[in-house]
Design a protein around this ligand. Structure first.
Ligand SMILES: [Fe+2]
Length: 267
């Protein structure tokens, strides 16, 4: 049994298409689930929702989905300075103004949490895989890698997770995995807006075998130029295109570099 877990697509259709194509090339993947934040920051919110719906990929509500779907006053996103706050507001307003009524309904209908029993059989024995967007208590709370073990244990208790179980989440756009008191904690990273300095689309393959649950982080090339051009052609702030190129970390050695056109006339 192997699941593909995809999160934080953020309306980046080329990244989603590349990830789904990569999953399709793996016949051992049994099912795909999304962990929310389908929209925001890029210009294809309807197309992303439609593609997930057409493919029958179940999933949960990210903060961007639950707020867009219910016309909440802001997206519940974190910002560290007034410039980031202004960018955050313009992305949210653009998204709210451009999503179709069908997409809004789709987003509003996403559940807060999904529980999977990959080896359940006739018994509810487990292990269990719990999907939430941010944390089991709040989809806007950031579960970063530097949270202490005590925070993880507290979240596991609230979620009802037992040793051998796994809680998967996204929201920070930075992938990580650790085991505390026998419970797996897995941040699946981001398909469409990574912030770990890697520009490639990220997702997780989760194997549920005899040895328990084993996650594998995957990164996929996608047509980032198409996304960057579409952002610049839209009324969305150009800064979002630049953030994709650097993987959210300006100056990262892993950031995307445009390959010079070999046929271009030399200056
Ligand atoms: Fe997100």
């Amino acid at each position: 049994m192997k699941y593909a877990l995809i999160s934080d697509i953020h309306a980046n259709l080329p990244a989603l298409e590349a990830v789904l194509a990569d999953i399709d090339r793996r016949p051992d993947v049994t099912a795909t689930y999304h962990l929310g934040d389908l929209v925001g920051y890029a210009p294809w919110p309807d197309e992303v929702a439609t593609l997930l719906g057409r493919r029958g990929i179940p999933g949960i509500a990210g903060n961007y989905d639950s707020t867009t779907g219910t016309d909440y006053k802001h997206c519940g996103c974190k910002y560290e300075n007034p410039d980031q706050e202004a960018l955050s507001h313009s992305s949210y307003e653009w998204t709210r103004a451009h999503v179709s009524p069908e997409t809004k309904n789709f987003l509003a209908g996403l559940p807060f949490r999904l529980d999977l029993w990959p080896r359940g059989g006739h018994l509810s024995g487990g292990p269990r895989v719990i999907l939430v967007h941010g944390t089991p208590v709040l989809n806007t709370l950031y579960w970063t890698e530097d949270r202490p073990d005590s925070f993880c244990v507290q979240m596991a208790e609230i979620a009802g997770a037992k040793p051998g179980d796994l809680i998967a989440f996204g929201h920070t756009h930075k992938p990580w995995h650790r085991i505390v008191e026998g419970i797996h904690f897995l941040n699946t990273g981001s398909v469409g807006k990574p912030k770990d300095g890697h520009w490639r689309a990220g997702y997780v393959l989760l194997e549920a075998g005899e040895l328990g649950l084993q996650p594998e982080f995957i990164r996929v090339d996608y047509d980032i130029e198409r996304t960057m051009a579409a952002i610049r052609d839209s009324e969305l702030p150009d800064e979002f295109a630049e953030a994709l190129r650097t993987g959210g970390a300006p100056g990262s050695p892993l950031e995307y570099k445009t390959v010079p056109d070999a046929n271009a006339p030399s200056p």
